[in-house]
Design a protein around this ligand. Structure first.
Ligand SMILES: *[C@@H]1O[C@H](CO)[C@@H](O)[C@H](O)[C@H]1NC(C)=O
Ligand SMILES: *[C@@H]1O[C@H](CO)[C@@H](O)[C@H](O)[C@H]1NC(C)=O
Ligand SMILES: *[C@@H]1O[C@H](CO)[C@@H](O)[C@H](O)[C@H]1NC(C)=O
Ligand SMILES: *[C@@H]1O[C@H](CO)[C@@H](O)[C@H](O)[C@H]1NC(C)=O
Ligand SMILES: *[C@@H]1O[C@H](CO)[C@@H](O)[C@H](O)[C@H]1NC(C)=O
Ligand SMILES: *[C@@H]1O[C@H](CO)[C@@H](O)[C@H](O)[C@H]1NC(C)=O
Ligand SMILES: *[C@@H]1O[C@H](CO)[C@@H](O)[C@H](O)[C@H]1NC(C)=O
Ligand SMILES: *[C@@H]1O[C@H](CO)[C@@H](O)[C@H](O)[C@H]1NC(C)=O
Ligand SMILES: *[C@@H]1O[C@H](CO)[C@@H](O)[C@H](O)[C@H]1NC(C)=O
Ligand SMILES: *[C@@H]1O[C@H](CO)[C@@H](O)[C@H](O)[C@H]1NC(C)=O
Ligand SMILES: *[C@@H]1O[C@H](CO)[C@@H](O)[C@H](O)[C@H]1NC(C)=O
Length: 562
């Protein structure tokens, strides 16, 4: 049994800074460092050294658990080895991680955050990042486009805001049908094999490959759907299971999570940013005004202005040298800021001031639009593409639904207007969440067959932020009500998942849960050490980039063959 001290907190804080620094450097060379296609896939766990300190394997599982003749899938996984040997009594087994999306790569998340995971989750686990079937280095891949040019032809006109023009919503619905046509023509069997329940079964297969029967798991955002699904389907196989930034899984399987409760706290999160700006004062907050309402009005003035008059950005030393800062760009970046406000809000506030002065470059920097612009510069020899993300998300989000999600334009408009009642930022959320489902007909073959009201073999830990813009804490309370003995820990912060703001209290609670089986007392509230305009730089850890992923895109990545 471990005793907690200031040392552990210092280790965690150190690891956290370290992981932030290390990730930026390793990002680009990573694909050159290890060739996944060289790994022989196997139904047992055949680990090979990779990425310096890690071990990698490709685990063979059925492509469809419900149909043995459908073939096989290979799950790519990376292991950060425990600090103790596997036969040491202190060894706690594998601890699986999912970063959300859906479509996020657990392999990349664990490589990028290795030091943090070991410090927070504990050195006695093998920390396992896996790419869910269809995603990243797992095969077969969800990859419906044959070239970057083809992907660009599809994505460039895809509206990332329903309010950009009168035809935006209609184009989303039309594109949703095209995506379904494309998937049916080129990869229906893959699209129908990537359901969340199938991934839950893979998690049991991975756990068993380590010689264990009980799952240890930490999942954020969409990773909470996966965790809850596992607990519902395999309640007797729960070892330790923590979910963070919790989705209402009841609604998810009715194709309704994004439309029903997802945006409950979005406006409160945005209001936190404007309030923090006023409190921080003009020297710390670039968009300072004397009241939160005046800050909001200032931002909205800019949004209205670029809606009519987008601002050109020209820079001959980048490819392509031109771009525009428009309505869609600014609203997307604002949604990004509420997801990762610690750090993100300041960046967007600075970009607002620049754009007010006619310079759109800072607003464009790091945006989905910038990623999209770089698409056509990728080499065609990089292999199949998943230009994240609706092509990867739709098969999972829409394919999981137990009910038909196809809608007429009028039905889509009603659905969207329901979301709009919760927040205007729905205009930037709908296109990459529920929008693609309006044309998606393919359904996952392996279905959810458990109950979210169940007794698990170990109680779940659920984590929710006071103001999470896309997974409100009400969801964590709702899911906890069904899982007997589970506890909700509230992190008193703004942003998406507890990982968007640093809280030593939350880190210690996770550590106590995974290493000692200790649940926080019901009603526990953890404060964050970060301030929205306080110059703190620890923001956006595991979820760094998550928001952009949620907003619709990931960089094109090289993958193992289809
Ligand atoms: C892959 O395997 C081949 C044959 O064993 C070997 O020549 C090649 O160097 C390997 N590539 C990498 C990147 O490990
Ligand atoms: C694991 O699988 C490989 C290939 O399928 C096989 O050669 C090896 O003997 C297996 N190892 C164990 C321990 O089962
Ligand atoms: C199982 O998969 C095979 C191969 O794709 C297919 O031919 C067969 O129809 C499937 N069976 C069922 C029951 O779906
Ligand atoms: C792992 O073990 C080594 C050697 O015993 C030790 O120096 C190191 O601090 C340990 N790491 C952690 C995270 O406990
Ligand atoms: C143009 O892009 C280059 C390379 O990213 C950058 O260093 C430079 O500051 C940019 N110039 C302007 C005026 O934004
Ligand atoms: C849509 O755009 C118009 C024009 O800029 C604006 O007045 C309106 O508030 C926007 N609606 C939403 C929900 O953002
Ligand atoms: C769901 O399906 C799996 C695999 O077929 C089975 O092991 C499990 O018992 C089923 N659960 C329920 C609640 O029917
Ligand atoms: C869970 O266990 C408790 C206590 O044994 C019992 O009261 C309750 O009915 C069980 N719930 C379910 C869904 O099985
Ligand atoms: C949880 O959410 C579902 C779907 O919205 C709802 O039907 C159910 O009543 C909720 N349960 C609790 C305990 O609030
Ligand atoms: C949450 O933090 C705010 C300050 O940021 C504080 O005013 C409030 O009391 C805290 N709420 C709880 C429940 O701790
Ligand atoms: C570890 O668990 C034991 C037994 O549940 C509990 O008494 C103790 O307080 C826990 N220690 C920590 C540091 O959480």
């Amino acid at each position: 049994m471990r005793t907690f001290s200031g040392n552990l907190i210092r280790t965690i804080v150190f690891a956290l800074r370290l992981s932030g620094l290390a990730s930026a450097k390793t990002l680009h060379s990573r694909d050159d460092m290890f060739d996944w296609t060289n790994l022989t896939a196997s139904t047992n766990l055949t680990l090979s050294p990779c990425y310096d300190v890690f071990q990698c394997a490709r685990l063979t599982v059925p492509l469809q658990y419900s149909n043995a003749s459908a073939g096989e899938a290979q799950i790519a996984l990376v292991v950060l080895p425990a600090n103790v040997s596997r036969n040491d009594p202190a060894y706690l087994g594998p601890l699986l991680f999912n970063p959300g999306g859906p479509g996020g790569s657990g392999v990349e998340a664990v490589i990028e955050n290795a030091a943090l995971f070991q410090a927070v989750l504990g050195p006695n686990y093998d920390v396992v990042g896996f790419d869910p079937r269809g995603v990243g280095h797992s095969t077969p891949a969800l990859a419906f486009f044959e070239s970057p040019a083809e992907a660009l032809a599809f994505f460039a006109p895809y509206p990332l805001n329903t309010n950009e023009s009168v035809s935006s919503l209609g184009r989303i619905v039309a594109s949703a049908h095209l995506l379904d046509d494309l998937a049916s023509a080129r990869g229906a069997i893959v699209a129908e094999s990537v359901s969340t329940p199938a991934v839950a079964r893979d998690m049991l297969a991975i756990t068993r490959a380590f010689g264990r029967e009980k799952l240890s798991y930490y999942g954020v955002s969409y990773g909470s759907v996966l965790g809850a699904t596992f607990a519902a389907m395999f309640p007797d196989h729960v070892g330790r299971l923590a979910i963070d930034g919790v989705v209402n899984a009841h609604e998810w399987y009715q194709g309704n999570d994004f439309t029903k409760g997802s945006l409950t706290d979005t406006d409160a999160a945005l209001e936190d940013i404007y309030t923090a700006c006023v409190a921080a004062g003009p020297s710390a907050c670039p968009i300072f005004e004397t009241t939160p309402a005046l800050v909001r009005a200032r931002v909205n003035r800019l949004i209205e202005s670029v809606h009519v008059a987008p601002v050109p950005i020209f820079n001959d030393s980048v490819t392509p040298p031109f771009a525009v800062a428009d309505y869609t760009l600014v609203v997307s970046q604002l949604l990004g800021a509420v997801g990762t406000p610690y750090g993100g809000a300041l960046q967007v506030a600075e970009a607002v001031v620049a754009l007010e002065n006619g310079d759109g470059a800072p607003m464009f920097a790091g945006s989905t639009q910038e990623l999209l612009a770089s698409l056509d510069t990728c080499s065609a020899t990089d292999g199949p593409f998943a230009v994240g993300s609706i092509d990867v998300e739709a098969p999972i989000i829409c394919g999981d639904s137990m009910v038909n999600t196809v809608k007429t334009l009028e039905e889509a408009r009603q659905e969207f207007e329901g979301m709009l009642k919760m927040s205007d930022l729905a205009t930037a959320w709908y296109p990459t969440t529920q929008g693609p489902c309006t044309g998606w007909k393919i359904r996952g073959k392996d279905r959810m067959n458990g109950s979210f009201e169940t007794n698990t073999s170990f109680p779940l830990l659920l984590i929710g932020n006071t103001h999470d813009p896309v997974t409100p804490i009400a969801n964590a309370l709702n899911m906890s009500a069904g899982f007997f003995g589970s506890v909700v820990l509230q992190q008193n912060s703004t942003g998406h998942t507890s990982q968007s703001g640093f809280s030593a209290c939350t880190a210690l609670a996770l550590n106590a849960y995974f290493n000692n089986g200790t649940l926080p007392a019901p009603g526990t509230v953890c404060q964050t050490e970060d301030e929205i305009f306080g110059g703190s730089a620890s923001a956006a850890l595991v979820t760094r980039g998550l928001n952009r992923r949620d907003a619709g895109w990931r960089p094109v990545s090289k993958r193992a063959g289809v």
